[in-house]
Design a protein around this ligand. Structure first.
Ligand SMILES: [Cu+2]
Length: 503
């Protein structure tokens, strides 16, 4: 039973002590570093070496993916099967063969993926914590934020090289770009503001105060931005006028908004909430939620294809892509994808979807029409955001054989002990309960993940960290010194909690 959760090989308790004495100044202190550490897929057992482990509660993180056996399907060169309709893309200079760009959160790089061969062409190093990712409508420029740094990197898709960095302040999260490509919006999670950047000069031209903005979406007419504000106690969709560079409205939410997108006409806004297993449908004209589309546990990124034909969302719990009709908001199909799917990019014609699977380190390519998996392709460590250049995808139609792609088996879940440990904190519905716990000096707190997705328990000051805590797993931390210690989930920073030590 000599498990040691490791920060530099020391036990968390020891690290906590060292940190309090100031010996670890800066160690793992940045949110980004913590986030990276938290996402380590080492399957590390999450047991502080405390003497109170009689329950044997520690279970190894189980989100190390089952081997992905499917090989990339290779499209035949010169395949013409999809050529019956012209590409929807009309901008001059649109690439013939679209490339996808994928932020690899644990590799601190962007993978460049060739949709013709389903191969990674190259990877582009960027600063710590690739987060928000957008492509200009002409397909020529990538913007990607790094949440462990203070910049948005600019990548030229002709050369696939970084051509510049824009300073935006601490922990930038989501990005969005206007349909004319002229204005880039940056959600400054760490600076509580949304910045507007003129893409002609790549300079910040304005900012709007929004508490902990995470993801954002822009209306098809380019006038309005909707921002998922995640600050606990102030969760809302903030509505911004892009021309006026100011907030014009707010839709308060009881739960934390995650990701959002509008339909092709800008009449409905679809968004997901932490702890709600349904896509929310907002009537834009009335600014109220008029419906829900029930899907699998922990839905994340909703997306409407450019044609307006399909609504798509990934559910992280079961590892599914769900498809609905934006006309009726009724579900029309569900496709099994990889583990912990995160984001979706759809082809210009809307018929092919690329899904990143953060915990199985691969990309699932789905034929949306037939609802079949075309290919599953290893892509790098912790793929999150993805964008796809406009143009015609030369994927072959899904073959029956390909649809038999191995889907990772449901992760082996080791049930947590049924009896709540003394000083126990339960993680469920994207929250720590109790949110604040009080213990005496020398006591150990046990966190149990009873949610549908992995989380972390991470000291705000970086002194200790559970790293990725799989579904069903527990983490223990002993507190020797009196004081108030705040912590968060590094994967979902809006999840916060407090340990008060007094005696
Ligand atoms: Cu979490």
């Amino acid at each position: 039973m000599e498990h040691q959760t490791a920060i530099d090989g020391r036990s968390p308790v020891m690290v906590a002590r060292l940190s309090r004495r100031g010996f670890l100044a800066g160690a793992a202190a940045s949110a980004g570093a913590a986030l990276l550490a938290a996402c380590g897929n080492s399957g590390a057992a999450t047991n502080a070496s405390t003497p109170t482990t009689a329950a044997g509660a520690t279970t190894p993180a189980s989100n190390v993916p089952a081997a992905t056996t499917a090989r990339a399907a290779t499209a035949p060169i010169g395949a013409t099967t999809a050529a019956s309709a012209p590409p929807l893309m009309t901008q001059a200079g649109a690439p013939d063969m679209p490339k996808a760009y994928i932020g690899l959160f644990k590799d601190n790089s962007v993978a460049v993926f060739d949709t013709m061969t389903n191969k990674v062409l190259t990877t582009i190093p960027i600063p710590t914590g690739p987060h928000g990712l957008v492509l200009t409508p002409d397909g020529k420029t990538i913007y990607i934020s790094s949440d462990g740094a203070t910049v948005v990197s600019i990548i030229d898709t002709a050369t696939d090289k970084v051509t510049g960095n824009i300073e935006v302040g601490q922990a930038p999260h989501g990005l969005a770009i206007t349909p004319d490509g002229k204005t880039l919006l940056v959600a400054g999670f760490g600076t509580n503001r949304v910045m507007l950047i003129d893409t002609a000069t790549n300079t910040v031209t304005g900012q709007v105060a929004v508490p902990q903005p995470h993801n954002l979406a822009i209306s098809p007419d380019g006038t309005t931005a909707y921002v998922a504000a995640q600050q606990p106690g102030a969760t809302a969709l903030a509505i911004l006028s892009i021309a006026e560079k100011k907030q014009t409205g707010s839709i308060p939410l009881e739960k934390t908004p995650r990701a959002l997108n509008l339909d092709a006409k800008g009449k409905q806004l679809y968004f997901t909430l932490a702890g709600v297993d349904a896509v929310q449908v907002l009537d834009v004209a009335r600014n109220n939620v008029t419906g829900q589309i029930a899907v699998g546990a922990s839905p994340h990124h909703p997306l409407i294809t450019a044609t307006g034909e399909y609504g798509l969302v990934v559910s992280q719990g079961p590892g599914e892509l769900s498809i609905w009709s934006p006309d009726t908001n009724s579900l029309t199909g569900t496709v099994k994808v990889g583990t912990m799917p995160h984001w979706i990019a759809a082809s210009s014609d809307g018929d092919t979807a690329y899904v990143t699977n953060e915990a199985s380190n691969d990309l699932t390519i789905v034929n949306v029409e037939t609802r079949k998996v075309v290919a599953t392709v290893p892509i790098g460590n912790a793929p999150r955001k993805i964008v796809l250049q406009p143009g015609m995808i030369m994927q072959p139609a899904a073959s029956p054989a390909a649809s038999a792609t191995t889907v990772p088996a449901a992760s082996a879940i080791t049930a947590a002990p049924a009896t709540a440990a003394a000083n126990g904190v339960t993680i469920a519905s994207f929250a720590f309960a109790p949110q604040s716990i009080t213990v005496a000096p020398g006591q150990t707190v046990t966190w149990t993940n009873k949610d549908s997705v992995a989380h972390t328990v991470t000291d705000d000051k970086g002194a200790w960290d559970s790293k990725t805590l799989a579904v069903g797993a527990t983490f223990q931390q002993r507190f020797d010194q009196a004081g108030t210690f705040t912590y968060h989930c590094a994967i979902h920073p809006f999840m916060t909690g407090t340990v008060v030590v007094k005696g």
